[in-house]
Design a protein around this ligand. Structure first.
Ligand SMILES: [Zn+2]
Length: 83
């Protein structure tokens, strides 16, 4: 996928899914001691963050785009239109 806005939405979904999985696994398996599935679910948001670091980039200049918004139409670095 080349569209950085779609990649941003996908990474937000991965992070949210990992947080939900971590919460559900903590509720189901308890936190003392932490279940291995909970540890695996806790690593999913970091994988989403790493995915966003490598894929949410401007196709023209290659700079990373901000992650805090859902959709950006222009690159804040070079001003090129992203759509
Ligand atoms: Zn750019």
């Amino acid at each position: 996928m080349k569209d950085p806005n779609l990649n941003r939405l996908l990474s937000h979904g991965i992070i949210l899914l990992g947080c939900i999985l971590f919460g559900v696994s903590c509720i189901c398996f308890g936190t003392d001691p932490l279940h291995p599935l909970s540890l695996l679910a806790g690593a999913v948001p970091f994988a989403g963050l790493a995915f966003s670091f490598f894929t949410v980039r401007c196709p023209c200049c290659g700079h990373t785009l901000p992650l805090r918004c859902l959709w950006t139409s222009y690159c804040p670095h070079c001003g090129e239109k992203l759509d």
